[in-house]
Design a protein. Structure first.
Length: 207
């Protein structure tokens, strides 16, 4: 932009006063990104905060269209790529954006996996053995196998709503590394019903 500049005359200048045209060039604006850590959610979606080298007090808004981790798995110092960086605001015309992309890092931490159990009712068999099915709060589509080592009723006797304790819960599978178990035990309830008792008779010969 052309502007006028004046100066007072003195022995150093001839003529003693005058004007000159000045050009004010746009300032280069470099945008940086800082990644925000997240808990594993099965996606590469990332969130970042942006910073820049604006002149203090200027009104600028910097934004971006997408930010993504290099992959969805748990890890520390993972690369985050930011794209679609833009600048707007009252003073945006005074700047030239030097970058529309940025690279930063952030962590993806393990997701807590809570395993629940549902026990099957059974007919009295003289043991405390129980059979259960397991459920969990995995991210939909993840490959996980949950298992247990034992499940047992509190006593062998009949009853309704009897406590069943499940122990040795474990997880495996392709996505197991993205999870941490909240507990390796679980409690549930089920019934033990009466067993039918069939009596038989055998005749005895008599003289």
């Amino acid at each position: 932009t052309g502007v006028g500049a004046s100066f007072a005359g003195n022995s150093e200048y001839d003529p003693s006063s005058g004007t000159a045209a000045l050009t004010v060039n746009k300032r280069n604006l470099t945008v940086t990104a800082t990644g925000i850590d997240k808990v594993y959610d099965g996606t590469t979606a990332a969130t970042v905060t942006l910073g820049d080298n604006r002149v203090a007090g200027d009104t600028l808004t910097v934004g971006y269209t997408s930010a993504a981790f290099d992959n969805e798995n748990v890890g520390t110092g993972k690369t985050v790529n930011v794209s679609g960086i833009s600048v707007s605001g009252e003073d945006a015309g005074n700047y030239t954006l030097t970058n529309t992309t940025a690279v930063t890092t952030a962590n993806i931490t393990k997701r807590e996996l809570t395993v629940t159990a549902a026990a099957a009712n059974k007919t009295y068999d003289g043991t405390t053995a129980a059979a259960v099915t397991l459920g969990d709060n995995r991210v939909e589509g993840d490959t996980l196998t949950v298992g247990y080592t034992s499940a047992s009723f509190d006593t062998k006797n009949i009853g309704t709503g009897k406590t069943v304790t499940v122990s040795g819960i474990s997880i495996s599978g392709a996505d197991a590394g993205n999870y941490t178990l909240t507990s390796n035990t679980a409690l549930t309830t089920a019934n033990i019903t009466k067993r039918d008792l069939t009596l038989g008779a055998e005749g005895v010969d008599k003289p």
